[in-house]
Design a protein around this ligand. Structure first.
Ligand code: PTT
Ligand code: SF4
Length: 613
């Protein structure tokens, strides 16, 4: 089978066994890789209702047919499991040498089952699999763990590891790699921790099967250089993602004070220009010529790699407008292996709840030193406060009551990204219908919405744009498994991706074929959701309720007096459902599932919940 190695590596930590399993051509073509492989496998293999932090859950690393191949920015992997944060399918995408190594070791997917009897590191070298005691680094952060691994195997190996956050089952712990990379926002790091799996280390020495290896080499390597050249011309990676902050501030889309405010006069102090001026190093993923990791020194002198999401949610969202202090929080998230975005939102929710008098506590917006201490407590689940913060904002809100869920900034349990949609209906929709919870990965329509349509509109054109972007961002890039930044930031044409795919597989697909796979994957995530939440309703696709509250409208600035309107949002949601072929609950109809070749999967869910014709 060209394009795929054709193999899955299945490891059982309880039994300390492993086996290589072949997958069929049909599975490969239907699900392609990455998110597609992960969602189908978890749907088929997990019983509904299992504890995400119990041994029945499975930790998956899945690659795509172009991951690890010398072509633009292919050093990426999808990590997935049933999420301890949201209670259904969750995943993330991170830059890692493990992508290329796992493929070169002969696998397109790693499935880890069971639970080890002591802290363990999994070492994979081609057909060899070893279960290595990791007691020495259990309790240590990700940087120490990385160094320990490099000292054993050298710097070139692929590493996925967790910090204290994952070990202590913080529900938004991430998987870390290569010092600066992190992924798996919905608590995939905690799933590793629940299995006592400290790290996965991979070394592969074979070649990746490709239909036209020479053609791919010529096209891929040339394109890699070209993308780097374009980036030099556009200058995008000078500020990289941090460059978007002034735009968000100007259009009243920045999260400030737990999203209560949408802009701030001091925001410039942490903007892309200042971050770049403070830069001490630059990092990036493997196979990348537009390395985007703007790295600064934090208040304690550590290197800390910034992205817009991290800056905005650990900075202005907490009323912190100081680069070194914000960078300290970012560094601690990396060290402990916690998601910066959910951490920023849970801390801001906590400060907001204290301000409302809904919970007792001594944390105030702007108090960076206390935020650092709280972060440490959350990572270690230390004391009442640490345990509380480790639960994520939806559970925290349900614990404290007082209708505080209205200002817990999350959808389906996953905290929202750093775009304040108090009055940005289309982006609010994109959070609402993001299949794994409020991730900006799936669709980011703010610039389209503000610059190319009417911001006030709740029309079908916005639903159509969300679907178009979901197909590209949440579909194509997640199953072919490659970084989306060449396309999104530097305009690298999408047509290149079927080209790479066809050179690798020998097939003759076009972009329409890709959209169909993406739609199939989205439907599958929805079936996961329905199976775990049979009472699913359209309200699960609503953004945080505070955005609908007139009392929360800005009192000055570009959107003074404005807020989202619930009946209009509901209409926009219906446009989305109609265009997608989903029912009034936001679940694909039987007709839609049939058209996507998912009759068997539809039949399987009917034991748990009803589908609409
Ligand atoms: C992603 C999410 C993001 S998205 C950011 S900043 W971004 C945060 N980064 C974190 C971090 O750093 N440390 C940490 N402890 N937690 C963090 N949580 C947050 O995680 C990332 C880049 C970025 S930077 C983005 S948008 C793009 N995302 C891609 C994607 O999702 N898919 C894809 N095919 N290509 C992408 N390219 C870009 O990759 P999650 P990374 Mg991450 C330090 O995984 O769970 O999706 O969360 O992967 O290798 O760090 O690269 O403004
Ligand atoms: Fe990684 Fe950034 Fe390069 Fe994408 S552009 S591959 S996120 S370094």
């Amino acid at each position: 089978m060209n394009g795929w190695t054709g193999n899955i590596l299945r490891v059982n930590l309880s039994a300390k066994t492993h086996k290589k399993e072949a997958f069929s051509e049909d599975f490969a073509q239907k699900w392609v890789g990455g998110r597609g492989f992960a969602v189908k496998t978890l749907y088929d293999e997990l019983k509904p209702g299992i504890d995400p932090l119990g041994p029945e859950n499975k930790f998956i690393v899945a690659l795509g047919p172009i991951s690890g191949i010398p072509a633009p920015n292919t050093g990426k992997a999808v990590v997935a499991a049933k999420s301890p944060l949201t209670g259904f399918y969750g995943d993330g995408n991170l830059g890692t040498r493990a992508a290329e190594h796992l493929r070169k070791a002969g696998y397109d997917m790693l499935i880890v089952e069971g639970k080890a009897d002591r802290p363990t590191m999994l070492y994979i070298e081609d057909d060899k699999v070893e279960f290595i005691p990791a007691d020495e680094v259990w309790g240590q952060g990700t940087y120490v763990c990385n160094e320990w691994i490099y000292s054993k195997y050298g710097k070139g190996v692929g590493v996925l590891n967790i910090g204290q956050g994952g070990e202590n089952l913080n529900r938004h712990a991430v998987v870390r790699s290569m010092e600066g990379r992190a992924g798996g926002r919905p608590g995939i790091g905690a799933v590793m921790g629940s299995k006592l799996l400290k790290a996965v280390v991979v070394k592969g020495t074979k070649s990746i099967p490709q239909a036209d290896a020479a053609g791919m080499k010529a096209a891929g390597s040339g394109d890699l250089k070209r993308v780097g050249q374009i980036d030099k011309e556009t200058g995008w990676s000078i500020q990289s993602t941090t460059g978007v902050l002034p735009f968000c501030n100007e259009v009243a889309g920045l999260p400030v004070h737990n999203f209560r405010k949408t802009h701030h006069p001091l925001a410039w102090q942490v903007d892309g220009e200042r971050c770049n001026n403070a830069r001490v190093a630059t990092y990036g993923c493997p196979t990348c010529t537009m390395r985007c990791g703007v790295t600064v020194r934090d208040a304690e002198g550590h290197e800390s790699e910034l992205d817009y999401e991290n800056v905005a949610l650990l900075g202005p969202n907490l009323d912190i407008f100081d680069i070194p202090q914000m960078a300290s929080l970012n560094y601690l998230c990396d060290e402990y292996g916690l998601d910066t975005m959910s951490t920023g939102c849970t801390l801001s929710f906590y400060a907001d709840a204290i301000e409302h008098g809904h919970v007792d506590g001594d944390f105030k917006f702007g108090d960076a030193e206390r935020a650092k201490e709280l972060l440490r407590l959350a990572a270690h689940r230390e004391g009442k406060v640490g345990n509380f913060l480790a639960e994520g904002s939806r559970r925290m809100a349900r614990m404290i009551g007082h209708n505080s869920e209205a200002y817990a900034m999350q959808v389906k349990g996953l905290e929202v990204a750093a775009y304040n949609c108090k009055f940005i209906p289309g982006q609010a929709l994109s959070y609402g219908v993001a299949p794994i919870g409020a991730h900006h990965r799936e669709a980011w329509i703010i610039t389209f919405e503000i610059r190319h349509t009417t911001r006030e509109s709740y029309g079908p054109e916005k639903a159509a744009k969300v679907i178009e972007l979901q197909r590209i961002r949440g579909g194509l890039f997640e199953f072919i498994v490659s970084c989306r930044f060449p396309w999104i930031e530097n305009g690298w044409p999408l047509d290149n991706y079927p080209k790479y795919f066809n050179l690798a597989t020998g097939l003759n697909w076009n972009l329409d074929d890709m959209w169909r796979v993406g739609d199939r994957i989205y439907s599958m995530i929805k079936l996961h959701f329905l199976r775990e939440y049979p009472q699913a309703s359209r309200e699960d696709d609503y953004p945080p309720r505070v955005w609908f509250d007139p009392a929360n409208a800005d009192t000055e600035g570009p959107i003074a007096g404005k807020h989202l309107e619930l009946d209009k949002y509901d209409g926009l949601l219906q446009h989305y459902y109609d265009q997608r072929g989903y029912d009034r609950r936001g679940i694909p109809t039987k007709t839609t599932l049939h058209a996507l070749g998912l009759d068997a999967e539809a039949a399987a869910v009917q034991a748990h919940a009803k589908l609409t014709d």
